[in-house]
Write a protein that binds this ligand. Structure first.
Ligand SMILES: Nc1nc2c(ncn2[C@@H]2O[C@H](COP(=O)(O)OP(=O)(O)OP(=O)(O)O)[C@@H](O)[C@H]2O)c(=O)[nH]1
Ligand SMILES: [Mg+2]
Length: 203
C-alpha cells in the first residue's frame, strides 16, 4: 500500500517555522514518519504532500531522500482538498494510507498492524483512534473528540481510504487502539518536549 504524508500545514501552534522540518533529537520531525513507513513491510511508495507554506520541507526532503520520497505540491489551506489532490496526483491504486507528519512515536509494527486490521475489516476506509483516557493519562488535551457508542475517542491522524473513491464518502472502520504512542502528535512546544522525554527514557 502506498502512503501519503500530509505536510502542508502552518505549524502555527508550535511556532517554530515549518513543523515538518523542526528538529527532534537531531532529526526532522517528518523523517520519523517517513522512515517508519519506509521500514514497514506493508507500505510501498511514500509521497509527501507539501504546500506553499512548507517550501523548506520540500528542499529538505529532496536532499535527504534523493527522490526516493516523492513530493507533491498541494495548494494548501484545505486539508481535505489537498488530500484528494495528492491521491489523484500520486495515482495510487486501491487503498492508500494518509498520515500526519507530526507522529514521531509511531513505529513500523504499528503501521503494519493497522494495515492488517484494514484488510480484515473489509470496509473501503479505516481510521485510527485512541480512547480519550489514554490522552488524559499522559496529560494531553485533544482538539477533536468523537463519541462512538458512548465511548469518547480521539482521531490519531492515520487513515486508509480507497483511492478509486477518494471524492466520495466511504464506509469507515474505526480502529480504536489503546496505545499512548498514538496519542502524541506534535502540535505545541510542550508536545515536542513530551516526545523528547519519551524517546530518551525508552532508548
Ligand atoms: N498539504 C496539506 N497538509 C496539511 C494541511 N493542514 C495540515 N496539514 C498537515 O497535516 C498534519 C496535521 O496538521 P496539524 O497538526 O494541524 O499541523 P499544522 O496545520 O501544521 O499546525 P497548526 O497550524 O498548529 O494547526 C501536519 O503534518 C500538517 O503539515 C493542508 O491544508 N494541506
Ligand atoms: Mg497535529
Amino acid at each position: 500500500m502506498d502512503a501519503i504524508v500530509m505536510a502542508g500545514g502552518f505549524g502555527q501552534r508550535l511556532g517554530m517555522g515549518e513543523k515538518p522540518c523542526v528538529e527532534l533529537l537531531g532529526k526532522p520531525l517528518i523523517s520519523y514518519v517517513i522512515d517508519t513507513l519506509r521500514a514497514s513491510k506493508e507500505t510501498d511508495r511514500v509521497f509527501v504532500a507539501v504546500s506553499p507554506v512548507t517550501p523548506k520541507t520540500e528542499i529538505m526532503l529532496q536532499e535527504r531522500y534523493k527522490g526516493e520520497v516523492r513530493v507533491i505540491r498541494t495548494f494548501g489551506g484545505n486539508y481535505v482538498g489537498d488530500m484528494i489532490y495528492a491521491v489523484e496526483t500520486a495515482q495510487t491504486i486501491g487503498p492508500v494510507m494518509i498520515i500526519m507528519s507530526d507522529l514521531p512515536l509511531i513505529n513500523s509494527e504499528l503501521i503494519d498492524f493497522v494495515i492488517e486490521k484494514y484488510r480484515k475489516a473489509g470496509t473501503p476506509a479505516l481510521s485510527v483512534y485512541v480512547p480519550i483516557d489514554i490522552c488524559k493519562g499522559i496529560g494531553i488535551r485533544p482538539d477533536t473528540v468523537f463519541n462512538k457508542d458512548g465511548k469518547l475517542i480521539v482521531p490519531v491522524g492515520i487513515n486508509i481510504l480507497d483511492s478509486s473513491q477518494i471524492r466520495n464518502e466511504q464506509e469507515d472502520f474505526n480502529l480504536i487502539l489503546e496505545n499512548p504512542k498514538l496519542a502524541i502528535n506534535v502540535n505545541t512546544v510542550e508536545d515536542l518536549q513530551r516526545c523528547k522525554d519519551q524517546m530518551q527514557c525508552t532508548n
